[in-house]
Design a protein around this ligand. Structure first.
Ligand code: FAD
Length: 462
């Protein structure tokens, strides 16, 4: 038995960041991880491998779409799927090994195996029981299942299987038009698959700004993705390696079937908290296996904390990381804090989609007086030069005070552009503060400034 100040269960972005910050603050720290590698869902089967495939297929798309326009002639490259998979795995390995290095550097003990909490202050890993003054649950999430659909991770896959299909399918059905479904759907569409997205709701990307969603839907359709909206999938059957997806349209109850070589079930994720012994421990749970916490990330059992995908809030790696740092500060007697009003969300397709703060729909619902500053990338010289002038920046500000309330971007580099607005919001800035900040020319970021100008006397290039 070993004793620690803190034992973190789970080495995803929530857990590993928490452990590093705990160690930096002088706490003797261990992390329990059941996987063979560190980094959790994000590094192993989530953010990182999906971005590697998005990167490779983006370049392929560029070659076919834009190279000739720039006078770059010659045969387009063909796809070696095995090599692309190896590239993806190299990226994953480099990142997971990087966390191992950081653990060694910060003298964090990795307790390999599945952890449970037999009682407050104790963590069991295999046959060993370790002591800890504080325990942080960071066990993340797993793909949610869909009634009538059996996942075999070969023909009918979750995102994990979709990252490693044996071959590029000729036809693919994606069930669910959320971030993961659209990112992976884009990957396979760019690789030549005929992709059909079947979504229960009437719009893609639920919760995102309505104008952005409409524009993004059109752009994806132009890129070759087909959509069946307002359709409830009832069953998926597999015969001879081919799948049949049966669905019913909500508006008229009409039933239909689509055949596909692969089906990606991307209907969301649910917290993974099984096997920890939380019920016996007396930890109060929320629906779907989510852990209830207070404002300091503490569960209803003193000394047991929880962060990341297994607690309420957006299931995002950076939200988990921020909570990891904040809970470490709390455990070290400091003031950990996460500003949930300023957590960006990004879709890493081409073009990218990014969002922070409230949407126009939310403002209308709140009855709050607001202004909209909008600027199209068509007026941005840099975006035009790289054939990425689709999309716009939409900035929302309070009508009276001009304080920035939200921003929604569809366009090149949106996932990076959003951060100047995040910083501005953290500092309580007004749209005019952004508008008066000099932005380098020619950059995509000028579109953000122009949207801020549009909240005042008007954009220059619109
Ligand atoms: P996880 O990363 O899920 O890590 C939890 C870890 O705990 C796992 O390694 C698990 O093995 C371990 N564990 C669980 N129970 C135990 C136990 N009892 N004992 C020991 N170990 C245990 N988010 C973004 O912000 N940006 C993106 O671009 C993005 N892309 C994504 C793409 C895909 C395909 C997927 C699936 C997810 C993506 N996400 C993205 C979401 C992101 O991966 C999660 O929000 C993030 O990983 C949550 O971090 P976490 O630390 O809470 O949990």
């Amino acid at each position: 038995m070993a004793s620690f100040d803190v034992i973190v269960i789970g080495a995803g972005p929530g857990g590993y960041v928490c452990a590093i910050r705990c160690a930096q603050l002088g706490l003797k720290t261990a992390v329990v991880e059941a996987r063979e590698t560190l980094g959790g869902t994000c590094l192993n089967v989530g953010c990182i491998p999906s971005k590697a495939l998005l990167n490779a297929t983006h370049h392929l798309h560029e070659v076919h779409e834009n190279f000739e326009k720039m006078g770059l002639m010659g045969a387009a490259p063909t796809v070696d799927w095995a090599k692309m998979q190896a590239y993806k795995q190299d990226v994953v390995n480099g990142n997971t090994k990087g966390i191992e290095f950081l653990f060694k550097k910060n003298k964090i003990t990795w307790l390999k195996g599945f952890g449970s909490i037999p009682e407050a202050g104790k963590v069991k890993v295999g046959d060993e029981v370790h002591e800890a003054k504080s325990i942080v649950i960071a066990t993340g999430s797993e793909p949610a299942s869909l009634p009538g659909v059996t996942v075999d991770e070969k023909t009918v896959v979750t995102s994990t299987g979709a990252l490693a299909l044996e071959a590029i399918p000729e036809t693919m059905v994606v069930i669910g038009a959320g971030v993961i479904g659209l990112e992976m759907g884009s990957v396979y569409a760019r690789l030549g698959a005929k992709v059909t997205v079947v979504e229960y709701l009437d719009a893609i990307l639920p919760g995102m700004d309505g104008e952005v969603v409409k524009s993004f839907h059109k752009i994806l359709a132009k890129q070759g993705l087909s959509f069946v909206m307002g359709a409830a999938v009832e069953a998926v059957t597999v015969e001879g390696g081919k799948a049949k997806v049966g669905y019913k349209l909500k508006k008229d109850g009409k039933a239909a079937t689509i055949e596909a070589d692969a089906v990606l079930v991307a209907t969301g994720r649910r917290p993974f908290t099984e096997g920890l012994g939380l019920e016996a421990l007396g930890v109060e749970m929320l629906p779907r296996g989510m852990v209830k916490i207070d404002g300091h990330f503490q569960t209803t059992v003193p000394g047991v904390y929880a962060i990341g995908d297994c607690v309420p809030g957006p299931m995002l790696a950076h939200k988990a990381e921020d909570e990891g740092m904040a809970v470490a500060e709390v455990l070290a007697g400091k003031h950990g804090h996460v500003n949930y009003g300023v957590i960006p969300g990004v879709v890493y397709t081409t073009p990218e989609v990014a969002s922070v703060g409230v949407t126009e729909e939310m403002l209308k619902e709140q009855g709050r007086a607001y202004k909209v500053g909008k600027f199209p990338f068509m007026g941005n010289a840099r975006a035009k030069a790289v054939f990425q002038a689709e999309g716009f920046v939409k900035l929302l500000a309070d009508k009276e005070t001009d304080r920035i309330l939200g921003c929604h971007i569809i366009g090149p580099g949106a996932g990076d552009l959003i951060h100047e607005v995040c910083v501005a919001m953290e500092f309580g800035a007004s749209a005019q503060d952004l508008a008066l900040t000099c932005h380098a020319h020619p950059t995509y970021s000028e579109a953000v400034r122009e949207a801020a100008l549009a909240c005042g006397d008007g954009a220059i290039h619109a």
